[in-house]
Design a protein around this ligand. Structure first.
Ligand SMILES: Cc1ncc(C[n+]2csc(CCOP(=O)(O)OP(=O)(O)O)c2C)c(N)n1
Length: 319
């Protein structure tokens, strides 16, 4: 199935606008939690997530707001989360994308200490296979996460079990502030994945059509018993690791090069090639802006959590 380019544009625009709203909340002293900006990563979170069925699960990481939105986590809940309100997915117990999930939407909350979400996603995929369920798990990690022991162990187990899992590596070339050539003696992540017996492909992570295409193949492969795929998506994080990081360590020339490859601008070029009228794009932009404004108002008007409920949900099995 080919990608609906207009729908992909809407998701990517929504991702960027929600992301910007979260950044503005923090910069104006209103956001309660930290923020991990995803500018430049929109194609790599939206493209793969659009390949999944309702019963599949995702375990996104801190730069995958697009995957949360595609899976049905609304901007309203995400912004309420950022303001620490009771209407957010953690009921106000956490206030950033670290720790934000909703199992009812098939979103396994992000687990820090990267890439801890990876063995959890592999475990979910193994469970699907064991139970004979037609379901796929998808997860994301960074180039830094891909040099840890857990990455190797998760890939080994996934390959052995032919687990129906798709692992997207967002190779934004920096692990926080450490450039890939300083944290990896072999920066060819796909080759390292293949060494574990996992099918692996490289893709331009700023081209949503390309990312979607390889993801679709990987999801089909997983669903048909072909086992795991690692998708290594080359991209760039256009702002700091988190809001407090001025990212002075990234050469300006590198950022300028990637600015010219902005995933949303590139999709706009494709939309024009396909004859999509500017009026239609403007309408999407206006609808998304209105949705985010409405979500912001909802978040601000939402109640703070009731302190009496602080221990609710701490123990498994709690109502
Ligand atoms: C075990 C562990 N050590 C350190 C950290 C702090 N930390 C959070 S993100 C990150 C960098 C991860 O790099 P990468 O996987 O490339 O992701 P990105 O640079 O896109 O954030 C670090 C060191 C952590 N969360 N867990």
């Amino acid at each position: 199935m080919t990608l609906d380019l207009v729908a992909a544009y809407r998701w990517m625009r929504l991702t960027r606008d929600v992301d910007e709203a979260i950044r503005t909340l923090w910069l104006t002293g209103q956001g309660v939690g930290g923020t991990f900006n995803q500018r430049g990563h929109e194609a790599v979170s939206v493209g793969p997530a659009l390949c999944l069925d309702e019963d599949d699960v995702v375990a996104p990481m801190h730069r995958d707001l697009g995957a949360y939105l595609v899976r049905g986590m609304t901007p309203h809940r995400l912004l309420a989360h950022q303001l620490g309100r009771a209407t957010g997915p953690s009921g106000g117990r956490d206030a950033n994308i670290h720790g934000c999930g909703d199992v009812d939407l098939g979103i396994i909350g992000f687990i820090s200490h990267l890439p801890q979400s990876l063995p959890v996603a592999v475990g979910a995929a193994m469970a699907f296979k064991l139970r004979g369920e037609d379901r796929v798990a998808m997860t994301w990690t960074g180039d830094g996460g891909a040099v840890t022991g857990l990455f190797a162990e998760s890939l080994n187990l996934a390959a052995l079990d032919k687990a129906p899992v798709v692992i997207v590596v967002e190779n934004n070339q920096y692990a926080y502030s450490t450039p890939i050539e300083q944290h990896s003696a072999n920066p060819d992540i796909a080759a390292r994945a293949r060494a574990h017996g996992v099918h692996a492909v490289d893709v331009d992570g700023n081209d949503v059509e390309a990312v979607h295409h390889v993801s679709r193949k990987a999801v089909n492969r997983a669903r048909n018993g072909g086992g795991p795929t690692v998708i290594v998506a080359a991209t760039m994080r256009m702002l700091g690791h988190a809001i407090h990081d001025g990212f002075e360590y990234v050469p300006q020339g590198l950022l300028e090069k990637w600015e010219r490859r902005d995933p949303i601008d590139r999709l706009l070029v494709r939309l024009r090639e396909e004859g999509v009228e500017q009026e239609r794009i403007d309408r999407i932009d206006a609808d998304v802006a209105a949705e985010v404004a409405d979500a912001l108002a909802f978040a601000h008007e939402s109640p703070w959590p009731d302190p009496a409920t602080v221990t609710d949900g701490v123990w498994a099995g709690d109502a």
